[in-house]
Design a binder for this molecule. Structure first.
Ligand SMILES: Nc1ncnc2c1ncn2[C@@H]1O[C@H](COP(=O)(O)OP(=O)(O)O)[C@@H](O)[C@H]1O
Ligand SMILES: [Mg+2]
Length: 329
């Protein structure tokens, strides 16, 4: 089976002149090598494709694949994560991970929270700040948390994201609005413990493969799993596999959210407890990072006794299962 691999290589974009922050979500060469090597070990033939525009020219050349392993995050627009799957759909080429609908919806954290809340799942209360004057309209009690509506990898998140006064709210909202040119999501600050849960599979076959708790060490930026804490996780963060009731509560929430949103093959749900210890949905990552030792999904799998190769095999089995279901229709 010939598997094409689509990805946004960070070094290529840096060479094109994009900044560290603009390329923060993109992948390093090591991730692509790990995906290739592991797929080869699992007896798949692989071929590198690259980013959206490289995919466009390959398709124009007449190249085709049995399946595409897609981890492109995209560069422009609020459909950026959906662009590669949408193009592959147009050519009837199947791909691993979620559909354009899921990838567009989940990039917008507030719209996703509306769907989550509609299903009765716990998520922090929120208000959307669209322009500088809007911060005056926030009626939620402090402490609050502010983040860009549609980013990942902790972009725009730092010590100043935890907000205790109206003055701080104004300052953070104005700086996020001007830096990220998008709405700011203001939420109730969840003061409890933080977890992330990994899910593999699609629909009824989807299952939680483990949960880990995120502990910030003394030298970490306080209170938040921020961009800098994520970048320097080796000495700032400790991870621990979650067990017992906490595991059960997080995994029930994560699995319900994953199925409700229609995610496919694999993903990760970020969770934080409120002051009474109730797990709340923060966000879902249907294109969760997949570097074997630096990304949360492989780290949490490993802590729960699942090797990188086993994780990749589970993801591929899910994608191939989808192909079989489609073929039988
Ligand atoms: N409402 C909140 N209350 C407390 N902490 C939060 C809240 N929202 C986000 N955070 C912190 O910020 C981190 C990043 O937020 P998240 O929505 O997961 O964004 P990203 O897409 O950048 O991972 C979380 O892992 C958590 O530490
Ligand atoms: Mg997150």
């Amino acid at each position: 089976m010939k598997i094409g691999i689509t990805y946004d290589l960070r070094s290529e974009y840096l060479k094109m002149g994009f900044s560290e922050d603009e390329t923060a979500e993109f992948d390093q060469e090591g991730t692509i090598i790990a995906i290739e090597d592991t797929l080869n070990k699992l007896n798949f033939q692989t071929e590198r494709i690259g980013h959206l525009k490289q995919l466009v020219s390959r398709l124009n050349n007449g190249d085709r694949w049995d399946l595409v392993f897609n981890i492109c995050e995209g560069m422009y627009g609020n459909g950026r994560e959906a662009q590669v799957p949408a193009l592959l759909d147009a050519y009837a080429i199947p791909y691993v991970f979620s559909s354009p609908l899921v990838l567009s919806l989940t990039l917008d954290k507030a719209l996703t929270k509306r769907v989550i809340r509609d299903a009765g799942l716990a998520t922090p209360e929120f208000f959307i700040v669209n322009n500088p004057a809007d911060f005056e309209k926030v009626k939620l009690p402090f402490p609050l948390f502010a983040k860009p509506m549609a980013e990942g990898t902790g972009k725009g998140i730092n010590g100043k994201s935890v907000i205790k006064t109206k003055e701080e709210l104004k300052e953070k909202c104005l700086s996020l609005l001007s830096e990220y040119k998008q709405a700011v999501l203001v939420e109730t600050f969840m003061s409890g413990r933080e977890f992330t849960t990994g899910i593999v599979g699609t629909g009824d076959e989807a299952r939680a493969i483990g949960t880990m708790e995120i502990f910030l060490n003394g030298n970490a930026e306080k209170d938040v799993y921020s961009y800098t804490n994520k970048e320097h996780w080796e000495n700032r963060i400790s991870y621990q596999a979650t067990v017992g009731k906490d595991k059960e509560n997080c995994e029930t929430l994560a699995l319900e959210a994953y199925r409700l949103l229609g995610c496919e093959d694999a993903g990760r749900v970020d969770i934080r407890m409120d002051e009474s210890g109730v797990p709340n949905f923060l966000e879902i990552n249907p294109l969760s990072g997949i570097h074997p030792t630096h990304s949360d999904l492989p780290i949490l799998s490993n802590l729960n006794g699942i090797s990188y190769e086993e994780l990749m095999a589970m993801i591929m089995n899910s994608a191939i299962q989808k192909l079989k279901v489609k073929a039988s229709k």
